[in-house]
Ligand binder design. Structure first.
Ligand code: ADP
Ligand code: MG
Length: 404
């Protein structure tokens, strides 16, 4: 298909798309939009940065425009992703739309949300916790919500969220259309999704569980206590916006502070910050007020900041899939990007899990045994020298070709 005309979209929507400079549907959009418009449930997968948002947002808006009744609910795992999606929805609806929206996330004032909900919104975007809060208070009704989207599906159907989702679904009509999208889809989640989908169409573009093609990946084997210096030299070497992933909220703050001391423009983003601080940090990063964002995995999924050129995995993610999502913060919509992962001797297990996910048939990288603390009597040394000298830093390029 050459452009969006073939979908027969409403003039309002066609105009919005032109305004957004979306001229040609991406492959996932091309396949998913007609099926969604026909009313099918969808399980959609495509790599990071390939336009999954519009693949569900366009049919959703089209359906709302055509149907004077009913509403749609979009659930996301993080507030920042929710914000991004509601912004796209507003762009698609165009200015002064008769279709009212509500943005329902935790950490924001209830008052503002009550007002939005009183206006009878037909499109609700939010995170599960606060949605449930409103459902239980009676300020949100979903008995006429026949359209449901779970973005980042595998994360949403993960253990942390399923209880919340089950509670939400009890308030929704049983007969509904459900659209699910993600770049990764573990087998157990695909199985679990069947419970929530009705005769779904499987739309899969490219391979799932792969890092987007246009990302140049490096891995640096490094000792834990050398990471910070290496980070600084990486930041000096790299131009353009960088996102650095760390494991803990505490480390995110501490690292941002240290990097500022060392002359870098940087801010931290994590779940312990107040929501208005989170908003300011995200906004500042989008506007390129500062170059380096230090984040926990709340920023791993879905965020679309086109100018991010580099991803640095300072710590490896806890969940292997998040490696793919973190990488996917760069090289979006066909752009180029590069990524580097720091892998220490303590990371053996996590790194093997990532290797297995990306390339199930490859032999795992060998890890040296981490030296045990001296003075430990139960230590059984296998004749290996323990001279306290740092392991030489090894760099190796892992191009996708080589790994495949
Ligand atoms: P995904 O959810 O697959 O990771 P997004 O939906 O966030 O990807 O889209 C990635 C980028 O591509 C965004 O900046 C978005 O504006 C852009 N984009 C999406 N669809 C189109 C299109 N049809 N034409 C041009 N740009 C698009
Ligand atoms: Mg997305």
């Amino acid at each position: 298909m050459k452009n969006f005309d073939g979908f027969g979209l409403s003039p309002v929507l066609a105009k919005s798309l032109a305004y957004m400079k979306y001229t040609k549907p991406t492959p996932i959009q091309e396949q998913a939009i007609p099926l969604a418009l026909e009313g099918h449930d969808i399980m959609g997968t495509a790599q990071t940065g390939t336009g999954k948002t519009a693949a569900f947002a366009i049919p959703l808006v089209e359906k709302l425009l055509n149907d004077p009744q009913g509403s749609a609910l979009v659930l996301t795992p993080t507030r920042e992703l929710g914000k991004q999606i509601i912004d796209i929805m507003h762009q698609l609806l165009g200015p002064k739309s008769a279709i009212k929206t509500a943005f329902i996330i935790g950490g924001e004032s209830m008052g503002k949300q009550f007002n939005q909900l009183r206006a009878k919104p037909r499109l609700i975007v939010g995170t599960p916790g606060r949605i449930n809060d409103h459902l239980e208070r009676g300020s949100l009704k979903l008995n006429d919500t026949h359209l449901l989207v779970l973005d980042e599906t595998d994360r949403m159907l993960d253990m942390g969220f399923t209880i919340q989702l089950e509670r939400i679904f009890k308030y929704m009509p049983e007969k509904r259309q459900t659209l699910m999208f993600s770049a990764t889809l573990p087998k157990n989640i695909l199985k679990l999704s069947e419970k929530y989908l009705n005769d779904p169409k499987r739309v899969a573009v490219g391979e799932t569980n792969v890092v987007a093609k246009n990302i140049k990946q490096d891995v640096i084997r490094i000792e834990q206590d050398k990471k910070y210096d290496e980070l600084m030299s990486q930041l000096y070497d790299r131009k353009g916006s960088v996102i650095v992933f760390v494991k803990t909220k505490y480390n995110a703050d501490r690292m941002a502070k240290n990097l500022r001391r060392d002359g870098f423009e940087t801010e931290a983003l994590h779940g312990d910050l107040r929501q208005n601080k989170r908003d300011r940090v995200m906004q500042g990063f989008r506007k390129q007020d500062f170059r380096v964002l230090i984040a926990t995995d709340i920023a791993a999924r879905g965020l679309d900041v086109p100018h991010i050129e580099h991803v640095i995995n300072y710590d490896l993610p806890q969940v292997a899939e998040d490696f793919i999502h973190r990488m996917g913060r760069t090289a979006r919509a066909g752009a180029e990007g590069s990524a580097v992962s720091f892998v220490s001797n303590q990371d053996g297990r996590k790194w093997h899990a990532i290797e297995r996910l990306l390339n199930p048939n490859a032999a795992p990288t060998k890890f040296e045994k981490a030296p045990r603390p001296s003075g430990n009597k139960s230590r059984k040394q296998d004749g290996r020298q323990q001279n306290g000298r740092p392991t030489p830093k090894r760099r190796f390029n892992r191009s996708k070709k080589k790994a495949a």
